[in-house]
Design a protein around this ligand. Structure first.
Ligand code: BGC
Length: 748
């Protein structure tokens, strides 16, 4: 491909001479002036060219388009020489010399892979997310990528949806906090630095509510729910300077996002005053034809641009039809100008006019400090779900361990979904890490049992059991291969696949402590395996350094601190499931009577007519925010600065947290609030804050939360965002279904 390029890089990059001769004119002018000046020189065709993003196919065609100023952005070019050659053509051969914006899905790492976003959310540590994004930006920008399609901040409440892996989970507030952290990390302190890459908030909006968890499916989110739950993370990142937004594939209540002027114009531009750039998702403009929302590609271009889209990803309907649409008066040139302004502004912000090139002499990929950060991220992402009789950490009494299961040494699969660039040869698996880090202290017997997670052959199970019999403790690594989650990888059954259930069952029948470690892209339905195991660690695909992180956790060098960023269902039939559901008129209470306890010929109202499942009971397997530690924590002395407050006041909440166990550990302290009565029904609880608190054994700290009363605002019966006066309850605690509570009142 390189040979086909008409321009050879060697010796011809004269950066400085390019600066002054571009259409951007004097780059020291205030940016808006530069944008206007450049826009004023552009033909309609050149403007539309800026709105066109391509994924390189026929390179000769691309070269011609570049020369004609008909490409604004390219995806998936990761060879820095090629990036430079492309920029060379755009800068020197096109009439106005506008640089190309190079983009890529850099989702949870470029080369050094961090845990999947769902795992990063489990850290409840925005610094981890920020650092992960920074590392990704440094590595990706070294190959010339200046725009990533992340973070994904789709509130995700249905684990059947494969893309839950890419999100920060079910909670609106957690998605907002983590999304802002990711934007900071990608974009750095200024977009203008060579290692800063523009972030893209996606998918705008509601994509996570795909009906029945099936990817690309329709959503039916009411305006109030959109505003109370799905929009806040996007508003937060818009306010934090997220450079771009991506429209989502779904139609909400019949309107595909790419043609939805309510979200793109009324909300994003008018209400939030957003001046960044909006791109479609991959071909989501022309998919409006498949949706039956547009009769052809031309109408798709018309509806997308009129709705407020600035750039079309790959489907090419703008470049094909916008000129005639403008001539026919169906799209106004003012609309086109506005889109182009948003695109040029971003290119100026990124400093691309000054330096569109990438220096190829960088060796930042897999840098030791990047790997070290990826390890800490993986450590903090691991959730301890069960630990009876202190099976973990593995102590001095353990001389021989049996390592079994398809995920113990699966260097590709532990990286998780959306890994285009990270190489499995750099992955450190649990088996490798256990051998290298603890192999001199304990004897390790490895017997895979199953070759991969979907493996149905049961002949290896007997060997795994034989290995287990020789050991003091069994470590079973099971879960999902990377390909079982992510885009277009939804599932209707969330049990462990292949013969993994049989493997765990067989291992649980011998008289050895069983530690099950699950690596997956979503919460799986693991009630039986939890029951059969002595300890369970859940590790959302942990990335390059997952092995060393897990090894240190198993041996107690690191104490687990992760918490569930999504509710874990007992059964698929409970989905969608999330803690912040509205109050029903009939919440279950009292004794849980399950299907087998119902007497024969029981009366119609025998179960009290409340909202629950007869076979799954009242609650989930694990609530949102749940996670154990090797140590124990006690909460007491909850104190509120006032029990009645005015709208403009701040409530100060304090509680004491004590480490009552024998290990130093970190607790994620969570603050939840309930608005007891509203003009519309309100969630039973909403997360309003969290903090990671590290404590030595026996140590007590006072944890303080400042809650501005304005944070209690919601979109009420009149579709206004207000705090409604009245009574509230708050909780401070260790997860969403536990905690100390107190009431307070908000006065008018
Ligand atoms: C996905 C986006 C992604 C884009 C570009 C689409 O299929 O939905 O999340 O950024 O492709 O690769």
């Amino acid at each position: 491909m390189k040979r086909q390029l008409r321009f050879i890089l060697a010796g011809i990059l004269m950066f400085s001479s390019l600066i002054a001769c571009n259409g951007g004119g004097n780059v020291n002018d205030p940016m808006e002036e530069q944008v206007e000046k450049l826009l004023g020189q552009m033909t309609l065709r050149e403007k539309i060219g800026q709105m066109h993003q391509v994924s390189p196919g026929n390179i000769n065609e691309v070269m011609t388009q570049l020369e004609n100023g008909e490409i604004g952005s390219m995806l998936n070019v990761t060879n820095p020489d090629m990036v430079n050659q492309i920029q060379e053509i755009a800068m020197k051969k096109s009439r106005l010399g506008i640089p190309v914006l190079m983009s890529r899905d850099v989702i949870h790492g470029y080369k050094t892979i961090f845990p999947i976003p769902l795992g990063q959310a489990a850290t409840f540590n925005p610094l981890i997310v920020e650092e992960g994004a920074r590392v990704a930006a440094v590595e990706a920008s070294a190959d010339g990528i200046r725009w990533t399609f992340a973070p994904m901040i789709d509130v995700s409440r249905d684990a059947r949806w494969g893309r839950m892996a890419e999100s920060y989970g079910e909670d609106s507030y957690l998605n907002a906090v983590m999304g802002v952290a990711a934007v900071k990390g990608f974009q750095g302190d200024s977009l203008n630095r060579p290692t800063s890459i523009a972030a893209c908030a996606k998918h705008f909006v509601g994509y996570g509510a795909a009906e029945a968890g099936k990817d690309y499916n329709s959503t039916f989110i009411t305006e109030r729910m959109l505003r109370n739950t799905y929009l806040p993370p996007f508003e937060a990142v818009a306010k934090a300077g997220c450079a771009t937004f991506m429209t989502s594939f779904n139609d909400n209540d019949g309107v595909p996002s790419t043609g939805n002027s309510f979200i793109l114009k009324d909300v994003l531009r008018k209400e939030w005053k957003y001046d960044g750039m909006v791109v479609t998702d991959w071909a989501s403009a022309t998919e409006m034809v498949a949706h039956g929302f547009c009769k052809d590609r031309k109408e798709a271009a018309e509806k997308a641009v009129n709705a407020g889209v600035d750039m079309e990803m790959v489907s090419g309907s703008f470049i094909e039809h916008l000129e005639s649409l403008v001539k026919e008066g169906k799209v106004s040139e003012t609309n086109v100008d506005e889109a182009v302004r948003n695109i040029l502004r971003l290119k100026f912000r990124l400093g691309l006019f000054e330096n569109p090139y990438v220096s190829t002499a960088q060796s930042v990929k897999y840098a030791p400090e990047h790997l070290a950060k990826a390890k800490v991220a993986a450590e903090q992402s691991v959730i301890l779900l069960k630990n009876i009789e202190e099976v973990l950490p593995l102590g001095k009494r353990v001389h021989t361990i049996a390592v079994v299961g398809p995920m113990a040494d699966a260097p590709h699969d532990q990286l998780g979904t959306w890994v285009f660039d990270g190489e499995k040869t750099h992955t450190q698996t649990p088996l490798k890490a256990l051998r290298e880090m603890y192999g001199s202290e304990v004897r390790i017997i490895y017997e895979q049992g199953l070759a991969y997670s979907r493996d149905k052959r049961t002949d290896g199970i007997a060997k795994a059991v034989a290995a287990a019999r020789q050991a003091d403790v069994v470590l079973a690594f099971v879960g999902e291969e990377a390909i079982l989650s992510g885009e277009a990888h939804s599932l209707a059954d969330l049990d462990l696949r292949g013969a993994q259930k049989q493997l765990i069952d067989a291992l649980s029948k011998i008289d050895k402590p069983l530690v099950t470690v699950i690596m997956a892209g979503r919460p799986l339905t693991i009630a039986e395996e939890v029951e059969k195991s002595d300890a369970v660690l859940y590790s959302f695909h942990p990335g390059t350094m997952g092995g060393p992180a897990l090894a240190d956790i198993l041996f107690g060098k690191v104490v687990p601190s992760g918490k569930t960023p999504v509710t874990f269902p007992k059964m698929v039939g409970q989905l969608p499931i999330y803690y912040a559901h509205n109050h029903t008129g009939r919440a279950p209470s009292g004794k849980e009577t399950l299907i087998d306890d119902i007497p024969l010929e029981a009366g119609q109202t025998s179960l009290g007519c409340s909202s629950f499942y007869m076979d799954a009971g009242f609650g989930p397997l694990f609530p949102f925010g749940y996670g154990l530690s090797y140590t124990t924590f006690a909460y007491d002395k909850l104190h509120l600065s006032a029990d009645t407050l005015r709208m403009n006041e701040i409530l100060t909440i304090t509680a004491n947290l004590t480490n009552t166990g024998k290990y130093a550990g970190t607790e994620v302290v969570q603050l939840y609030v309930r608005d007891k009565v509203g003009s519309v029904t309100r969630p039973v609880k909403e997360l309003k804050g969290f903090q990671r608190i590290a404590l030595q054994p026996g140590e007590t700290k006072t944890v303080t939360f400042e809650l501005p009363i304005s944070d209690l605002a919601f979109w009420n019966i009149d579709m206004k965002k207000v705090v409604e006066p009245g009574e509230f309850t708050l909780w401070i605690g260790t997860n969403s279904s536990d905690g100390l509570s107190a009431d307070f009142e908000v006065l008018n």
